[in-house]
Design a binder for this molecule. Sequence first.
Ligand SMILES: C[S@@+](CC[C@H](N)C(=O)[O-])C[C@H]1O[C@@H](n2cnc3c(N)ncnc32)[C@H](O)[C@@H]1O
Length: 295
Amino acid sequence: MMPNRQGSCKVDNEGATLTRWAPDRTLTFQFMADVDVHVLHNTDAPWNTFSSHDYWRRNYLEFQAEDREIIRRVSRFFRDARAGRPRVQQAIDVGSGTNLYPALLMLPWTEKILLTDFSASNVGWLRRHLEDNSAAWTWRPFWHEMHEAEGYNQIGEPLKQLQAACDSVQERAGVEQRSVFDLPEAEWDLGTMFFVAESITEDPAEFRAAVARFIGALKPGAPFAAAFMAGSDGYPVAGTRFPALPITAADVRDHLIALGAGGLSVEPLRTKPKVRKGYAGMIVATGFACDQWGQ
Ligand SMILES: C[S@@+](CC[C@H](N)C(=O)[O-])C[C@H]1O[C@@H](n2cnc3c(N)ncnc32)[C@H](O)[C@@H]1O
């Protein structure tokens, strides 16, 4: 589903007010009880010294059943949204951390990809790993899960194509140290954000703002996929605890609807939570930014 007319969105820094210019109206909403004492905010956590290797080892050293289900759902959504159409110009993955499979999921559908993260250590890790030409490319099992699907099956050498899409000689491609809260408006044609908005803060207002900034950074009608941890109480990385907000699928759905996203699917995974203790499951959301069907 694509929007039948153009529009654009504007979100304030708190993400609590959405102004939609077409149709013209302003919404102010709240969807969770906001707690303002003793919560860790995004800038309270030591992101620049985040241990990329430990995070990668805990989450992506082995290919896990939850990733398989996410890959199946998101590859199907992107195929349905983009197959048979020209590649879009530019895609963004927000808060990439040490995860390259969101970028692989966007690879058949875009010319350029920008990977962004707030953490200096993760930005360094991403740059190094994009250049990793070793035979034991650790993302092969992840690619294997998508490589037979329409569009993905046109890519013979995923690492080479990923390197080309992320070649920083091109404008708006490569790896950049950037906060989700500083993304410009309506710049990208395709986007992913996996385990970021709810896993960078304990503050509901910051969670909302991060989702709003991600959606707002996409052009109207741009397809997106986002993944979330449900009920997370934070996570350890090399002995440091990083903040999270225990959200539900309903929180994500309500917020995305309020932000004007269309063609929405927000569903918990069927796969049982196994990656670590301290969360209730994973949620995958797919849709189109500021889609205006039915309005
Ligand atoms: C739980 S990790 C998720 C990483 C990766 N997307 C994944 O799927 O595993 C959260 C990521 O958000 C990044 N992050 C923290 N604050 C951020 C901000 N303000 N803007 C963008 N990224 C941020 C962290 O450095 C970390 O890489």
